[in-house]
Design a protein around this ligand. Structure first.
Ligand SMILES: [Zn+2]
Length: 143
């Protein structure tokens, strides 16, 4: 990676797009507008309101876990997903969408079973997988 390059990273909290030097992606960058952590190394909650803007403006890959609170395998996978997020901090953004609360985002991707993980680059789907996975499997799948 070119050390002088920057990456656009959207803030899930306020929507601002921040330019972060590529070399500093792993150093807990914060939003220039609202001060929230941009890449916390933990899953970010996305909503119908901020989903499109967030995934469309983020230059880092975004892995979205479509889940619901009543889904047992989703709850089982949650710690593994968080662990994978910590492991790939600064390289890949991990996000969660509660498909009950935010059906529009799930509908757009035609999510039929949960948990389903979709990897996006520049807002476009790169790959998807359904079913719960261990942290190591998630990291391997993200690639
Ligand atoms: Zn912000």
């Amino acid at each position: 990676m070119d050390s002088t390059a920057t990456r656009h990273v959207a803030c899930a909290h306020c929507g601002a797009v921040n330019r972060v030097p590529a070399a500093r992606l792993g150093e807990d960058p914060t939003c220039g507008r609202c001060g929230h952590a941009l890449l916390p190394g933990a899953p970010i909650e996305l909503t119908d309101a901020n989903f499109d803007a967030f995934v469309g403006r983020s230059e880092l890959p975004v892995v979205v876990d479509f889940w619901a609170p009543w889904c047992g395998p989703c709850r089982t996978m949650a710690p593994a997903f968080a662990q994978a997020a910590a492991q790939l901090k600064g390289q890949v953004i991990f996000a969660k969408v509660d498909t009950d609360e935010h059906p529009r985002a799930a509908g757009r991707f035609g999510i039929r079973s949960i948990p389903t993980m979709v990897k996006l680059q520049g807002g476009n789907e790169v790959q998807r997988t359904s079913g719960a996975m261990q942290a190591g499997q998630i990291v391997g799948w993200v690639g």
